[in-house]
Design a binder for this molecule. Sequence first.
Ligand code: AHM
Ligand code: MG
Length: 336
Amino acid sequence: HAADAYRTDLMTITRFVLNEQSKYPESRGDFSILLSHIVLGCKFVCSAVNKAGLAKLIGLAGETNVQGEEQKKLDVLSNEVFVKALVSSGRTCILVSEEDEEATFVEHSKRGKYCVVFDPLDGSSNIDCGVSIGTIFGIYLVKDGAEPTVGDVLKPGKNMVAAGYCMYGSSCTLVLSSGSGVNGFTLDPSLGEFILTHPDIRIPKKGKIYSVNEGNAKNWDEPTRKYVERCKFPQDGSSPKSLRYIGSMVADVHRTLLYGGIFMYPADKKSPNGKLRVLYEVFPMSFLMEQAGGQAFTGNIRALDLVPTKIHQRSPVFLGSYDDVEEIKALYAAQE
Ligand code: AHM
Ligand code: MG
């Protein structure tokens, strides 16, 4: 009702996930518990990110604390919070973080059946100027009973059971898919709760925006070069696409998901595998795109079919609206 100043039936992320899980009679609530620990990590990072500018202003950042230690950098701090929250959930066995060289194997007494791959604070070069940054995560399930090995996370993205990101922007938004569509939740700071604000997100079939670091153009391959050229000079008489590039994957992907278009981090002569990491950047975002009706492509295959051989492996990626990704796929196919 338009006259209602307050909504009184609040769909929190916890309630939403519990509802979804209740469709599976065998569910024992493990996923809901795991997710509530991820949500806690996101709330912590959100609050730390919001204070980061202030801390600088009043001279906190870089200062030494009582133990004489330098204040931790935000990305290191965020990583610690996520690792501790995930281990203490009692629902994880392997963690792969962008911040840690090696995978973390959870000690026996705290072990559960989920593997979580994550980038605790992506786009951290944007912190100092207040641009949106985010956390990205993907979740795998291990085979029951077996001793976990790193092989349990070196699985194609299509095997993920859930993926999501949290964007620390003008508002704090968590976007999640557990394999049946994509939903967005916004943090109500007064309640400390994520509330369902973007139910069943569908990406437009075709978009009017392309998003890429064009400063790398001189090193691009032919299909990428041709595609971007077509964005600017369409052959079919349609209007050119607009360029938007924040340089913060979560923010660029979030815009792509809501407004449509294409986000790409292609290969180039200097970085033949692009820049973005397969496990905790390319896979979760590709999973969300497909779940929202879009596509994700590596320049070679469907992104979610990729089988990583190393935990920090990189891959080129083109993701977004179905029709826009179809176009770049055709250009790569034509070159073969
Ligand atoms: P980071 O993990 O070091 O923060 O780098 C990842 C970020 C992504 O968020 C973003 O899409 C990309 O780097 C931007 O890279 P570039 O500055 O080369 O355009
Ligand atoms: Mg990153």
